[in-house]
Design a protein around this ligand. Sequence first.
Ligand SMILES: *[C@@H]1O[C@H](CO)[C@@H](O)[C@H](O)[C@H]1NC(C)=O
Ligand SMILES: *[C@@H]1O[C@H](CO)[C@@H](O)[C@H](O)[C@H]1NC(C)=O
Length: 453
Amino acid sequence: MRSSLLTYAFSVAGIVLAQESSLNSELGFCGSPLIGSTFWNPICAGDRQGLTVVAGSGDFQENIHRAANKPAEVVLSADGILAGSPWSHKPRCLRFENATEKYCLYTSPTFAQDRGVTLFTTPEHKDLFLQLPAFTNPDVTQDANREPNPPYESRQLPGRGVGLIANRTLHRGDHIFSTTPVFVLHGDIYETFADEDRFPFQTDGINRLPDGAKKKFLDLCGHFGTDKVDDIINTNSFAVDLFGEEDDETNYNVVMPEISRLNHDCRPNAHYHFDPLTLTQHVHALRTIMPGEELTISYLDPAQTREERLKALRASWGFACSCSLCTQPTAQAKASDERIKYTLDLIEELEDYSADSLATPQMAEAVISMYEQERLYGPIAEVYKLAAVEFNGVGEIWPAVKYAKLAIEAGILYGGPYDKDVKDMEQLVKEPQMHWSHLLRMEKRMERNMQQE
Ligand SMILES: *[C@@H]1O[C@H](CO)[C@@H](O)[C@H](O)[C@H]1NC(C)=O
Ligand SMILES: *[C@@H]1O[C@H](CO)[C@@H](O)[C@H](O)[C@H]1NC(C)=O
């Protein structure tokens, strides 16, 4: 029964795909194309010999602990999914014959207060997911759709699709909404499996979702004109790092349909960060926003020249940038580009901790000033940190503490409270003399001078 149901659902999705892909390519840019700052096109595996699909790998039989505040019927299905398992379907896995690594679909219909999520990941990582507060304590996840009194309303905007308009004054740091992913994909899947093996699995992953989440996902737009589900993933997913220590995390792609309601601006008034423990994306105001203003985020690294931004937006999301910065008169656009190029050179100097670097605290302050002129109110967290490190590096503790505090305030908005730069700056404020940067510049330069004598 289950398998024929799945086959049916799958073929329905196949028909929808055929109809809508032509529609999408006619429209070109539809609604709010989405995020993926470090997004890349899928890489196809060259060799797909020995590929096996492992149905019901047995993982579902594990009795997994979770906060069981849901009636057992939700996790028990007529198909014999055991009580205690959070999954609504038998996990279905994809792997190469004899390979140890396999990637499976795990769908939890109760995740985030019954919104649901599908994980496409290894059995080992599935266990790590189940230990996250996002799964052990359903109350920690927040859902924008349940917000009783949101500070915005959704409106159809001429030439921009649907957008969110602030309906009260928001101040820097104010919370706008939070949302959880409906699809979470291990980054290695792209390199491991060929499109023809991966696509049906991804589609199955969406078909397994509760109806509401499935509809939200399928309502998103793609623009590459390929497999419908894959296209939506490529156009709308965010790259996030999960599990493991610094620089050793696994890259995941997560799709959060609600974020797509925010349109792009190169100088946005809002920013988002992803909390890896609650698997929740939080959106906050970056500056004062007046009622009637559209809420915007940047789909890309905003510290790029106009030409680079236009190119990236067209390639990844298929639309021509029409934000105020992209449509500035030539003289202003040129000045902005020059400012950005100049700051990037200076940042390179500031990030060079060798004795040859020409970095000074005043150089860092010049970069801060240029970021303010550029209205880069999110990424400014990074240059506040550079200034704190420069001042501490020459032993000027109080300006170092001042900029570290500014870096923390901006960093919590930009990278979230768990961001490693935020943690680093908290250490500096606590004990400037014990921080790694203390007197670093002076010592490096003295060493060099001694060697030269
Ligand atoms: C898998 O292992 C079996 C038994 O060792 C072997 O006969 C088969 O050729 C292997 N398959 C691949 C694709 O390596
Ligand atoms: C703003 O709009 C939302 C609907 O999205 C509504 O629930 C809320 O009450 C409105 N707030 C104000 C201050 O008008």
